[in-house]
Design a protein around this ligand. Structure first.
Ligand code: PLP
Length: 245
């Protein structure tokens, strides 16, 4: 079923917010402009639903994927909250700077809560984030190329393992392979959780089970690490999977 149709089916009278995250954690998948436009058509009709668009992976994308965000649809702008931050695009996770744009009343409420809980993000972090956003953006392309090489290596390596299949995502730094081919009587593994636990115990490779994100039979790998680490990890995963049957 197409995603827009699924969304239409999932919205009920109780639905207040829909969260979009493209490119996505955990799958790395990004919605095309057409897919977002189809989702927007459903949301335009559901006037009570607000939209939270988490655009944190905006600049981490491959294969000429065009980033598009739902606030670009003017009919939804007044009930869309768009979020972003410097953690991913500028590798500034430790600086703890995120930001949002949206309807005045929501932004005002966010400010109220934040000022009472953390007062404000540190002025040093704010200055660094301004420099990141206003400074030269040239490195983003170079970095994307390094990530793309890692993605291609990881996807190819996983598809060379019997029982594992993996799609090629167009953004972020995650892949979300299926391990369904290894969940059977022979391997004595019933769930993705059992698979990732055994992998950790036997091979010292940490991945996250798909069911933690709502989809059993898959697991998430982050390839935001060195090629050297990824080579070691892929060898270990292959050895582990082959030892199961
Ligand atoms: C989808 C998504 N949104 C937001 C974040 C926020 O990251 P941070 O708290 O470092 O700004 C992350 C980090 O993993 C993420 O994957």
């Amino acid at each position: 079923m197409k995603t827009a149709k699924k969304l239409k089916k999932a919205i009920t009278k109780k639905t207040k917010w829909v969260i979009l995250n493209s490119p996505s954690n955990p799958t790395g998948a990004g919605y095309t402009k057409k897919e977002i436009t189809d989702l927007a058509k459903v949301l335009i009709k559901n006037k009570k639903v607000h939209i939270l668009s988490d655009d944190i992976y905006e600049h981490i994308k491959y294969d000429n994927f065009n980033f598009y965000t739902i606030a670009q649809n003017s009919k939804l702008k007044d009930r869309t909250l768009t979020m972003n931050g410097v953690s991913k695009s500028y590798a500034m996770t430790g600086w703890r700077i995120g930001y949002a744009a949206g309807p005045k009343n929501i932004i005002k409420a966010i400010g109220k809560i934040q000022s009472q809980s953390t007062s404000n993000p540190s002025s040093i972090s704010q200055a660094a984030a301004v420099e990141a956003l206003n400074g030269s953006q040239g490195f983003i392309q170079k970095r994307s190329k390094a990530f793309k090489d890692r993605r291609d290596f990881v996807v190819k390596s996983l598809n060379n393992i019997k029982g594992i299949t993996c799609l090629t995502p167009n953004g972020a730094f995650y892949v979300f392979p299926s391990c369904k081919g290894l969940l059977n009587k022979k391997t004595k593994l019933k769930t993705d959780t059992a698979f990732v636990q055994k992998l950790l115990e036997k091979s010292n490779v940490a991945v996250v089970q798909g069911s933690a994100f709502g989809l059993d039979g898959y697991f998430r790998i982050s390839y935001a690490t060195s090629m050297q680490n990824l080579k070691k990890a892929m060898e270990r995963i292959k050895f582990f999977c082959e030892s199961l049957s």
